[in-house]
Ligand binder design. Sequence first.
Ligand SMILES: [Zn+2]
Ligand SMILES: [Zn+2]
Length: 410
Amino acid sequence: MINPLRGMKDLIFDESRKYQHIIYAASNIAKNYGYEYIETPILEETALFKRSVGESSDIVGKEMYQFRDKGDNDVCMRPEGTAGVVRAFVSSKLDRQDGTYRFCYYGPMFRYERPQKGRLRSFHQFGCESFGESSVYEDFVMMSMIKDIFNALNIGYTLKINSLGCKDCMPAYREKLVAFLDGTKNELCIDCNRRIDTNPIRVLDCKVEKCQSMFNDSPKLLDNLCDVCDSDFEKLKSLLDNANIDYEIDTNLVRGLDYYNKTAFEFISSEIGSQSAIAGGGRYDRLVEFLDGKPTPAVGFALGIERIMDLVILPEPKREGYYLGSMNEDGVEKLLDTSLKLRKKYKVTLEYKAKSLKSHLKSADKVGAKSIIFIGNDELANNTIWIKDLETKEEKTIKIEDFNSLKETV
Ligand SMILES: [Zn+2]
Ligand SMILES: [Zn+2]
């Protein structure tokens, strides 16, 4: 027997239903916000992720499904969705045109990590990317959209926000931070020490408690913003206040690559283990440029579908459609034609085996049919069918050709 690879799993029954339920809700809401579906390849040049996700990140450093293909190209299974969408935006030369372009995507992502609960090597994300809009209104509207998605799915959350500054104010802050970190080096963990040189902003994100306690006195990015970044952040807060969207400011919410700037946000669920992010995003006004496009402001987010699947409760299934069965083989054949007509409009189950009425009623319950259509010996002799609505318990016997020509049948 061949099983899925380690860290990968099939979504089946309730899990695939939850997956579809989440994607359906998120896609419909994104459509209302002007997002168009985009599908990009799962396999890309490795260079794309090195340049966008960043070589200093764990994702690129340790977790990529990277290999040489038969043409000796260095390729990689996407570890996240933004890079491919930005590449597609530049490949399609949309960066050379004016206007705003909004795309949503969903599908599997791949990271070669040690599999553990809630962390698979193949997992799914839904995400949106908006290009061409520098207004902080877009950041606010994006957060409203995510709020709408979680409300539609009945999922509670806490929103955390921060500003990462811009190319005018971030470098000076970074220097201040490095000076502070150099003074506390001996107290910090190995990862932090490595990051002081490679990616000092990410140090603030360290999950080690001792490190976090050292950062209480660190210089704060929000105290070091330039006037533009500061007024944008104030505006964002007032927009959220006016919309009654609760938020917390988290000065340690960082992303740490040079093209991330201004707004950064995370939606956290306290229902799954310790404070898990169920959505994260922010502005990346310089990534298009990093990937050889014309400078284009952009903002985006991604939802972690598996984490949301742990929280979402599927709506009670409603009875729907028809179950068709007969006591004898000639009856089954007569029902074939009826089933094809009904399927233009309804969910239909046709049982090919001749069975007793009692047995068919059981099966109709099992598939959740709203009505059963049955041909017994009398019905076969009279060219009729017996229909029973399994909810209202109404039943009737009518001529099969009359039923087939009814408006509700076709
Ligand atoms: Zn700034
Ligand atoms: Zn640390």
